[in-house]
Design a protein around this ligand. Sequence first.
Ligand SMILES: *[C@@H]1O[C@H](CO)[C@@H](O)[C@H](O)[C@H]1NC(C)=O
Ligand SMILES: *[C@@H]1O[C@H](CO)[C@@H](O)[C@H](O)[C@H]1NC(C)=O
Ligand SMILES: *[C@@H]1O[C@H](CO)[C@@H](O)[C@H](O)[C@H]1NC(C)=O
Ligand SMILES: *[C@@H]1O[C@H](CO)[C@@H](O)[C@H](O)[C@H]1NC(C)=O
Length: 340
Amino acid sequence: MEVDPKTPKSLSLPWRTRMYLSLISVITEIVSRRDGTPNRYLLKLLQCRVPPMSEPNNGVKTYDVVMDPTSKIWFRVFVPTEEGTVEDMPVIVFFHGGGFVYLGANVTVYDVLCRWFARSVPAIVVSLDYRLAPEHRYPVQHNDCFDMLNFIDDDKNRSKWLPDSANISQCFLVGDSAGGNIAHHVAQRACEYNFNQLKVIGVVAIQPLFGGEERTDSEKELERLPLVSLKQCDWYWNALMPPGEGYNRDHPIINVSGPNAMDISKIAFPPTIVVVARFDALRDWQKRYYEWLKKSGKEAYLVEYPNMCHGFYVFPELPESEQVVSQIKQFIHKVCSHTN
Ligand SMILES: *[C@@H]1O[C@H](CO)[C@@H](O)[C@H](O)[C@H]1NC(C)=O
Ligand SMILES: *[C@@H]1O[C@H](CO)[C@@H](O)[C@H](O)[C@H]1NC(C)=O
Ligand SMILES: *[C@@H]1O[C@H](CO)[C@@H](O)[C@H](O)[C@H]1NC(C)=O
Ligand SMILES: *[C@@H]1O[C@H](CO)[C@@H](O)[C@H](O)[C@H]1NC(C)=O
């Protein structure tokens, strides 16, 4: 485990951020019942959600699209409206985090983050409200996300639901935490699929949720840090994976670069940026993921935040949250300029 000598020994954050983090951790503990089910009723009362806004807010308007009337799966579209906005924009397909169990596309923090991406890149952002575990087990989440790519690749659906400025041959799959896991696996599948027009040209994995049976140094060291304690992660994997099917943590969905990993050296896996933070228990798994991409001959970038913890980008008061948005923007611009 290499640690930059300048790296602080402990996490120091503004008191307001610390307070929010403790609050979120306590809520997560309370709603994650011991029998492996979430308390959705209590969660509903505690979680802030926002409706779509047809009036531009912070230079972006939003609307919701129901993708499948039967399952009622929907996504939110974020369209930059500021003057001078280009006629041809990349499309960011965003998958939210929450351990496959919590949160959604209309949760305020994700609405804010997607708005931010849309305005600053600028890009058309589509954020999917995929179905959650344990009510729906793996591979429902990954399938919903893949189905959305198919949905927007359909000419009729795209012209009906996305603005003309959305260029789906410049698609980026972006996800944080569990959404980062989904972004990787969906991109892998997209490489072996023939879309009409859609092309996944980049992946942004923000602190992706991967794991294994083995306890890594960062997991042992940072066990007591907010949001992704070992216990909580184990709870998430148990909620995600179908019971009674004898899966173990070497399943390629979990231990992405482990012994059962897919050989991605043979597929055209797109350029990928992996965002990690020093005080994130999942750090070692994320670094292994990055190293595996490199070893497989893929274009990959690692961005490390020496003083941050899991989920820091949802706190606009931290300068690092602005920095990460700007780094992702640079990555997107770079990849787009190569494909033009
Ligand atoms: C957010 O989405 C959920 C479904 O995922 C829905 O039940 C809820 O009404 C929505 N809330 C807002 C404010 O849009
Ligand atoms: C396009 O939209 C229609 C109506 O919502 C849906 O039935 C169809 O499956 C969609 N096409 C794809 C490829 O998802
Ligand atoms: C997961 O993969 C790593 C290699 O990245 C390996 O060392 C480890 O033993 C694997 N299995 C588990 C269950 O952690
Ligand atoms: C969309 O992106 C592709 C790939 O970069 C580019 O060749 C094409 O010209 C773009 N389409 C439009 C309408 O600008």
